[in-house]
Design a protein around this ligand. Structure first.
Ligand code: ATP
Length: 316
């Protein structure tokens, strides 16, 4: 559905303080299969929105090629536009017009054969029939998101771009939207979504790429990515972190000091734990807490970039 190579985009802004250049995307390859949910996971400013905007023909890449739904991005952007739905981060639901009118307008813009019928169809599908005639400003955050997606989908495109679809939603609304996105996949729609939520990428995406500073740092299914880093991670709080790391190295695939904790990556946490505890005791190291977890996508990010996605997000 999407095959892209070497996408790059640099922004130059001029202000009174001078010229500023940002290399937002620095060479991204991407391969999205038909009928899958593909995620672009990364911290704030990683280049997710810029990548999606290039693929959805809203901005032109400085370099790189892409074939989307069988059409060349440079030669035939108009054909691509007919094949896709795009829901921006902000959502694009107007305050004063009703959901029905906004969806109908989108249907007309896309020259849908029966705009009224198509609008009624997506309103039904997204559980919006009851609130369809209320102005946008009276809708809840979750309802607004669903209206935004209905606007992006009313022409029934085979490919849907969702830029951070669940940002700002409460857990219940997020889970509800995930279910609807899965239903789209069941109906054959390919979905490319960006997110900075680890759990969203993990439970929703069939495959994903992790981006940081405009580059792809890892790509694969969530399970394969986590397997690649290692089986389990043991997080320890101990009085001398560096000495503990040295002590535990022979028992681990990798050890890493991360602020005030030591992370120890092992194949089989349950069976390694007793040996780790013995080794610490022999060295007279005092343990204050210990936790055993399966590795997460944050561990993948940490392994590839040297910092956690949470820290990267906070720093951006
Ligand atoms: N139109 C623009 N002009 C100048 N700089 C831009 C523009 N659009 C994006 N950037 C910069 O490019 C970098 C990547 O931004 P982008 O919006 O693609 O990141 P993102 O991963 O989507 O982040 P977020 O999760 O915060 O939305 C950022 O440093 C951003 O400030």
């Amino acid at each position: 559905m999407i095959e892209a190579q070497g996408l790059r985009k640099t922004f130059t802004t001029r202000s009174r303080k001078g010229t500023q250049t940002v290399e937002a995307v620095r060479g991204v390859d991407l391969d999205v299969e038909k009928g899958e949910i593909f995620g672009v996971l990364g911290p704030n400013g990683a280049g997710k929105t810029t990548t999606i905007r290039m693929l959805s023909t809203l901005i032109t890449p400085d370099a790189g090629t892409a074939v989307i739904a069988g059409h060349d991005l440079r030669k035939d952007p108009a054909a691509i536009r007919r094949e896709l739905g795009y829901v921006s981060q902000a959502g694009g639901v107007e305050d004063t017009t009703s959901a029905r009118a906004q969806i109908m307008m989108a249907a007309r813009i896309h020259s849908v054969d029966d705009p009224k019928g198509a609008t009624a169809g997506v309103l039904e599908r997204f559980d919006l029939a009851e609130i369809a005639d209320r102005p946008g400003r009276t809708l809840s955050g979750g309802q607004k998101r669903r209206v935004a997606i209905a606007i992006g989908l009313v022409h029934n495109p085979p490919l849907l771009f969702l830029d951070e679809p669940t940002t700002g939603l409460d857990p219940q609304n997020r889970a509800n939207l995930w279910e609807r996105i899965r239903q789209l996949r069941e109906a054959g729609t390919s979905v490319l979504l960006s997110t900075h939520y680890l759990d969203e990428a993990d439970v929703l995406c069939d495959r994903l790429m992790i981006v940081d500073h405009g580059l792809v740092v890892a790509e694969g299914t969530p399970a394969a990515l986590k397997r690649e880093v290692s089986g389990d991670v043991i997080t320890l709080r101990v009085n001398e972190l560096e000495r503990a790391a040295e002590t535990l190295k022979p028992h681990a695939r990798e050890t890493r000091v991360d602020e005030d904790v030591l992370r120890v990556y092992v194949d089989d946490g349950e069976h390694t734990l007793p040996a780790l505890l013995r080794a610490l005791e022999e060295q007279g190291l005092a343990l204050t807490s210990i936790a055993l977890d399966r590795s997460t996508l944050d561990d993948v990010f940490l392994a590839k970039t040297g910092r956690t996605l949470r820290d990267a997000g906070a720093a951006a």
